[in-house]
Design a protein around this ligand. Sequence first.
Ligand code: UD1
Length: 432
Amino acid sequence: MEKFVINGGRALDGDVAISGAKNAAVAIIPAVVLCDEPCRIENIPNISDVTLIGRILQEMGAEVKRINKSTLYIDPKGIETTSATSDLVRGMRASYYLLGALLGRSHSARVCLPGGCNFGARPIDLHLKGFAAMGARHELVNGAIIDVHSDYRLKGNHIYLDFASVGATINIMLAAVKAEGQTIIENAAKEPHIVDLANFLNSMGAQIRGAGTDTIKIRGVDFLHGVSYSIIPDQIEAGTYMCAAAATRGRVLVKNVTPKHLESITAKLREIGCEIKEFDEAVLVDATKRPLTRCNVKTMPHPGFPTDCQPQFAVLLTTVEGTSIINESVWDNRYQYVSELTLMGAHISVEGRLAIIEGGSRLSAAPVKASDLRAGAAMIIAGLCADGTTEVSSIQYIERGYEDIVEKLTNLGADIRKVYYEDHSGENSLRA
Ligand code: UD1
């Protein structure tokens, strides 16, 4: 097993280059299933979620080659199946984009749901309503496989989403790209990776208008040609390094970003007292100039403050003076990390969707675990701020979404290393 060991207390200082966006990559790679020719995708992050979705496409018959660290070649011509039901599929949530992609390709899809209980906690009713509006019926097979199919080519329709769901917007877009006629998605999600996916599909010959606004219009086409496409920088990875810079009272130039995508995070960092300078493709976060103070944060769909930066920002708020309140409006249960932070001396109480953070705590090292990807990033930031040596376990979650995190933080002056260990009857013994 592996864990991160962090000697805290050093202010981050220097430059960090942000990788391609995980959430764009895990939508764009399955979207290649819709294409009739090979594609070359650049600026792909080297993370385990990308490896996994690439292997799933290989299992389905596609040729997938990593040309270099950040470029994938995908030839979907060998895909003859409309099923993706292996254990690999269960291993990642975004594999459900194969539902929309396979439906769009051959109006039939059988895809494993990622973990039965997630179906309740992270429903896909909006995805299925969209498919139904285009003429596809669905059934749940053995409680674990979702089968969506239509006897005919899907038909475009007018679809209103009750909530601006990222996943439903992407899945409906994928299903509609080759459908007959026009599909209109109202109350669509506007996240940067929605726009990136639409740009990718349009570059292959799709006709999608309005991505990035509330209304997306998709006119179906018959053929998508191969392209070379470079995906956008990762908004959340950038936000994570921005929070880490502020939390350690450092000064970091976050490079290879789209500053517009970071505005909600930038605004909050300015509000608490950080100095932020925006350049064409970089953002400088300087937390060395003045003491930082409290603020309130409400997570919202884009362009609001991203829920995926909420745990990292919460750690920052434990270090500033005053009481801050976080309102998590996207997910019901996104405070699992609070108990770990409490072990490190943070004072946070959770009441439903609110977290009340009594700031000004000096965090102290403790063995903590990553309960999910962003919670894991939050634990690393806490370790960077804390006195002493923090050990963060369950780092497989963190490696799903952060490329070269040890190297990037080390270059910024952090003392962090990955350690292999054996777990004997619950006791963690360090080996190297
Ligand atoms: C995506 C991101 C995830 C992020 C989230 C919100 C990817 C791979 N994952 O997840 O990191 O936290 O957006 O920015 O891009 N909902 C329904 N019914 C549905 C679909 C969603 O009720 O059919 C609800 C969910 O329970 C949740 C909210 O809508 O409360 C947001 O979900 P959604 O935007 O769909 O998130 P994901 O696409 O799963």
